[in-house]
Write a protein that binds this ligand. Structure first.
Ligand SMILES: O=C(O)CCC(=O)C(=O)O
Ligand SMILES: [Fe+2]
Length: 365
């Protein structure tokens, strides 16, 4: 087995498997500090076996890593040119969509974008359509992007998921419990997500809203100290849509305490329902740290999606967006498609052990 193969095997689901078998829930079940410790262990294994990226040492890269670490969000601005955006839009034009945020989780029916708008708040493209789209894999493997992601994760990343999806205007009734409601993405040990807007995004066209400093225990603890946050746990039950009483507002592994005791930083990671349904609570704690990301088509930003975030429902225009998710760990890959891998490696992207490692989950060969 090659060194990269060994690292891939170790990082590919072995840690997850252990947790599924023992706790039954993988990374989702972890306390934030345990999650962080495991992420560091996995990153060390990967780092010793997979060739590092020749770092791009620019001020912009350092600034992005620092913003990501401190606040959980780095806006890289319009990284993609209007011509590149137009290429992607033109390529996507004839392709149908699936009436769901994630094509694999839809009813499997392909529809035109126009028809999909009447079936779901979202329409997404098929994985193979996305992999063949121009400029996206190139953006994911751009040396500056790889430097930012590698610095943040602590090791060469695994690209775990690529998506291109529409958020349709006209679904303005708040949809508690989906990606338009504030939540944490808890499916990895440590990850960061790169988003690219393919339409102009204004306050009316569904910007993503990210709550800065909600992404790590360290950040939340510092905020609690700085702002002297004092909220009694009984208030959490009242400010959470799903909770019918105090005990149901928290995960079973949150430390049980009486209603009068104060909310602690760790509690904000141990709310029931992945944190969905508690926007009022977040407002009272984070206030001005709610950050709406807008910009012209071509705008790129990176977040740690373990921090609280939501895509606000578009009011007047549909939004087309890309996500490229990077993590220290991986789940099981899609089935290999040698023809697709053949088209991409050595043609669109350099055929290097590192690129094969980074893409092994979406482009297994
Ligand atoms: O639509 C958005 O901007 C956010 C979607 C989301 O929750 C995610 O990609 O993790
Ligand atoms: Fe999310």
């Amino acid at each position: 087995m090659t060194r990269e193969g060994l690292a891939a095997t170790l990082a590919l689901g072995v840690v997850d498997e252990l947790f599924y078998q023992t706790i039954g829930k993988g990374p989702r079940a972890l306390h934030p500090s345990a999650r962080d410790q495991i992420a560091q262990m996995v990153a060390q294994v990967v780092q010793t076996h997979v060739p590092p990226q020749e770092p791009v040492a620019s001020g912009r890269v350092y600034q992005a890593v620092s913003e990501l670490s401190v606040s959980g969000l780095a806006n890289l601005g319009p990284l993609m040119s209007p011509e590149q955006v137009a290429d992607i839009r033109r390529y996507l034009e004839p392709h149908p969509v699936y009436a769901h945020l994630i094509a694999n989780e839809s009813d499997g029916v392909t529809r035109t974008v126009e028809t999909a708008t009447t079936h779901s708040p979202f329409g997404s493209y098929h994985a193979s359509t996305i992999l063949d789209a121009p400029h996206l894999l190139e953006l994911a493997l751009d040396p500056a992007v790889q430097t930012i992601v590698e610095r943040y994760l602590g090791c060469p990343p695994t690209l775990t998921s690529l998506n291109v999806w529409w958020s349709f205007a006209g679904y303005t009734v708040s949809r508690v419990g989906n990606s338009q409601d504030f939540h944490r993405d808890t499916d990895t040990y440590r990850s960061c997500v790169m988003f690219l807007y393919l339409t102009d995004v204004t306050p009316q066209s569904g910007p993503q809203c990210y709550i800065k400093r909600s992404h790590t225990m360290e950040a939340v603890s510092a905020l609690f100290a700085e702002r002297d946050i004092r909220i009694s746990r009984s208030e959490v039950g009242q400010k959470s849509v799903y909770a019918i009483d105090l005990p149901t507002a928290f995960r079973p592994d949150a430390r049980p305490r009486d209603a009068d005791s104060l909310l602690e930083p760790a509690d904000l990671f141990l709310l029931a329902f992945e944190g969905y349904g508690a926007t009022e609570l977040y407002k009272s704690i984070f206030g001005d740290l709610f950050t709406v990301v807008m910009g012209p088509a071509g705008t790129v930003f990176v977040t740690d999606a373990y921090g609280l975030h939501a895509g606000l429902p578009p009011m007047t225009e549909h939004r087309l967006c890309v996500w490229i998710r990077f993590a220290v760990d991986a789940s099981y890959p899609a089935s290999p498609d040698p023809a697709l891998a053949e088209r991409i490696f050595g043609h669109r992207v350099a055929d290097t052990p590192r690129n094969r490692f980074v893409l092994r989950q979406v482009l297994p060969s």
